[in-house]
Design a protein around this ligand. Structure first.
Ligand SMILES: [Zn+2]
Ligand SMILES: [Zn+2]
Length: 200
């Protein structure tokens, strides 16, 4: 299992979102087994926050491989489904749906006040100190909480999303670059890419 330090290295900084994504990923792998070397595990994420970097790094479900699917619902919900070996055409697999349900601790008046100042652009030493201390405390709490304090988990057979298809390429009549057929558009009777279509 990857450590939180390795995840932080990949992400570039540590933050509560990354810590939550780490806990989600560890919980998913405990249930479903190994990290995905190929596409045997599929992750469906319902937000595009820092947490998703932890999901990609820890579970091996990545944007580039196509086994990380982003549904833009703005929810802290993560579903992982396992494709069994030799069962490539399967429509469903063993899955786990994890909904993050964590309430960060109440802020003190001082913390509220310092956070307001920070958001207004005050990055003086005393403001930064309070903001950073609160952030580290949140990260520690997330990393040390029990699963049941953070995560609502449902397990069972779940439907696999359709596998990514491969489409032929077409060349844009305007910029000359190639694009996937599915993303081609028609403008004034010519086939163009989306950026060229959107150019005034
Ligand atoms: Zn972050
Ligand atoms: Zn173009």
């Amino acid at each position: 299992m990857k450590s939180f330090e390795e995840v932080a290295d990949f992400h570039g900084h540590i933050c509560p979102g990354l810590a939550l994504g780490y806990r989600v990923s560890v919980c998913a792998l405990k249930e479903l087994g190994e990290r995905a070397a190929d596409e045997e595990l599929v992750a469906i994420v319902e937000n595009n926050s820092c947490a998703v970097d932890a999901v990609q790094f820890v579970t091996g479900c990545t944007f580039g491989k196509g086994n990380l699917i982003f549904r833009d619902y703005g929810k802290q919900v993560y579903t992982f489904i396992k494709r069994l070996p030799g069962d490539e055409g399967a429509k469903a697999g063993d899955g786990i749906r994890i909904s993050v349900d964590w309430k960060s601790p109440e802020e003190t008046d001082e913390e509220k006040n310092m956070w307001d100042r920070y958001m207004k652009g005050d990055h003086s030493d005393n403001v930064l100190k309070v903001v950073h201390t609160r952030k580290s405390r949140k990260i520690d709490m997330i990393l040390n909480a029990g699963d049941e304090e953070l995560l609502k988990v449902t397990k069972g057979k779940m439907n696999l999303p359709e596998e990514a298809k491969i489409y032929p390429s077409l060349r844009c009549a305007s910029c000359g670059e190639k694009m996937m057929e599915l993303r081609a558009r028609v403008k004034d009777g010519k086939i163009v890419c989306i950026p060229c279509l959107e150019k005034a």
